[in-house]
Design a protein around this ligand. Structure first.
Ligand code: AMP
Ligand code: MG
Length: 485
């Protein structure tokens, strides 16, 4: 056993659930696995060393060659609504829950190995993941965490000599993911739609006991649990909207019961502000476009409500669902107000912000750079206007904005510091991920580490990192993020 792991304590609560919840499956080894990426920040959650001290043994674990004592690898069964249609049987088709670590602080972390081989739920798939998609998930998980957006975490990526066939042969890889739970909305749908009400109740009790213990104090604990899931989901999507993140595939099997970002596929951050942005080229109807995410999230909560119907009164479920909109509006407006540096609340703030977003969209202005430079509106208006195709179109908005800031009566320096603390200098742009992927596919993993380091500290300008805060090159617009991963 690798020395770094010898202290890990496993307590596999999911494996103790009845057989209908999962199938025990061992990982299938990949050829010559090597470590391609490692997150010291994620390692800290498990109380592992910041850098892996036993590189090769760790790679063997990631490559599915061995499991640690105490692990009980299993594939979970679930279902889900995919692009609006119900799929009665999905499940972990290429990922395994290896085990649950309990750290020294008593926190539980699932270790989930993505790309670990075939399972009974693989359907027509090969059970594998390619390097580019593992790198994209690794970078995004760690970038969103640094932006304060709830997300699963990524401990490490391994690359191998096993070829995986997508449009062409690509290097097979794995990603070791951490989350406090891998239960999805789709788990509840599976048991509800198959009429397994006892298992449904068991699942709900399991999730409440493990993750929502405070709901036990309520008159209707399951009602309180559902309302809290809805609230967290609304809050999550509000943060995505404020930071310009598009998930890409908001199927109910990709919705975490903890309200975290889960299952990174063809996601994307906005470069220029575009409400209808669709990162997934297979999503031809734009179902999962950037501006559709709030209503899709609510629709997904409604699917969860339907699955909970055998356990809860309609009134309870309706009252839970009713919590979505107020939570979304409150969180989204609070986030945007901070990003725009508005301290007191005033009538007209909403219009001021919406007018700015409309101008950004009309002039295809880079969203995150604009917001970052807006913090220095008093010092360097030229840097801000240089981003805009028609600077004169901004004059009247800027005049309103300055008057509005003046009414807050705050020191410019204090406002600027506040704004820079919530408007990142660095985001995970498509072309930055692509550069790191292209180098990694040639065996050079240093680009991943460098980009990861920049993204872990997104609010502080870092010496020598200008490349990462620049406008995207023209070729970035042509980048096609395929669904195949
Ligand atoms: P996703 O769209 O990646 O969230 O995947 C949807 C479903 O397909 C999940 O049940 C996955 O486990 C399964 N899946 C995706 N890719 C593969 C693959 N290469 N092999 C087996 N199952 C897969
Ligand atoms: Mg998925």
């Amino acid at each position: 056993m690798p020395a770094a792991f010898s202290g890990l304590r496993f307590d596999n609560s999911y494996a103790r659930l009845p057989d209908v919840f999962y199938t025990a499956v061992a990982p299938q080894a990949l050829a010559r696995p090597r470590l391609a990426a490692y997150s010291g920040a994620a390692a800290g959650l498990l109380e592992l060393p910041f850098a892996p001290s036993e590189g090769m043994d760790f790679a063997r674990l990631l490559g599915g060659e061995s499991v640690l004592e105490g692990m009980q690898p299993l594939a979970m069964v679930y279902a889900g609504h995919q692009f609006g249609s119900y799929n009665p049987r999905l499940g972990d088709g290429r990922g395994l829950l290896l085990g649950e670590v309990v750290n020294g602080r008593g926190e539980r972390w699932d270790l989930h190995l993505k790309g670990a081989g075939l399972t009974p739920y693989s359907r027509h798939g090969d059970g594998r993941a390619v390097l580019r998609s593992c790198i994209r998930e690794f970078l995004a998980s760690e970038a969103l965490a640094a932006l304060g957006i709830p997300t699963t975490r990524a401990l490490a990526v391994a690359v191998s000599d096993t070829p995986v066939y997508r449009e062409t042969a690509e290097p097979g890889a794995t990603l070791l993911r951490l989350a406090q739970s891998h239960v999805r909305f789709g788990h509840f749908e599976y048991f509800a739609h198959t009429g397994q009400v006892d298992a449904l109740r068991r699942l709900a009790d399991y999730v409440v006991d493990r993750h929502y213990p405070e709901a036990r104090e309520a008159d209707v604990p399951l009602g309180a649990f559902f309302a809290e899931v809805v609230r967290r989901t609304a809050c999550l999507v509000a943060r995505w909207q404020a930071e310009g993140f598009t998930h890409g595939v908001m199927n109910t099997d990709n919705m975490s019961i903890l309200g975290e970002t889960l299952d990174y596929g063809p996601y994307g951050f906005l470069d220029s502000y575009e409400a209808g942005y669709v990162p997934n080229h297979s999503d031809t109807s734009g179902r999962y476009a950037f501006d559709q995410q709030p209503s899709i999230a609510l629709w997904n909560c409604w699917c969860l409500a339907r699955a909970l119907r055998p356990l809860l009164d309609k009134a309870e479920l309706e009252s839970g669902l009713a919590g979505f909109e107020p939570e979304f509006v409150a969180e989204y407006s609070a986030r945007l107000r901070r990003k725009f540096g508005l301290a007191r609340e005033e009538e007209g703030d909403r219009e001021l912000i919406l007018d700015a977003l409309a101008l950004l969209e009309n002039q295809t202005v880079d969203y995150s750079l604009f917001m970052r430079r807006l913090a220095r509106v008093d010092e360097d208006i030229n840097a801000l206007l240089a981003l805009c195709a028609e600077p004169q179109g901004w004059h009247s908005w800027l005049a309103r904005y300055r008057e509005r800031l003046a009414r807050d009566g705050r020191e410019a320096q204090a406002r600027r510091a506040d704004m820079e603390a919530v408007n990142p200098a660095y985001i995970l742009r498509k072309h930055l991920a692509q550069e790191a992927i292209a180098a990694a596919e040639q065996g050079d993993y240093s680009g991943i580490a460098r980009l990861h380091a920049v993204l872990r500290n997104p609010y502080v300008e870092q010496a020598g990192a200008e490349h990462y805060s620049a406008l995207p090159p023209a070729w970035s617009r042509e980048l096609c993020i395929s669904c195949s991963s």
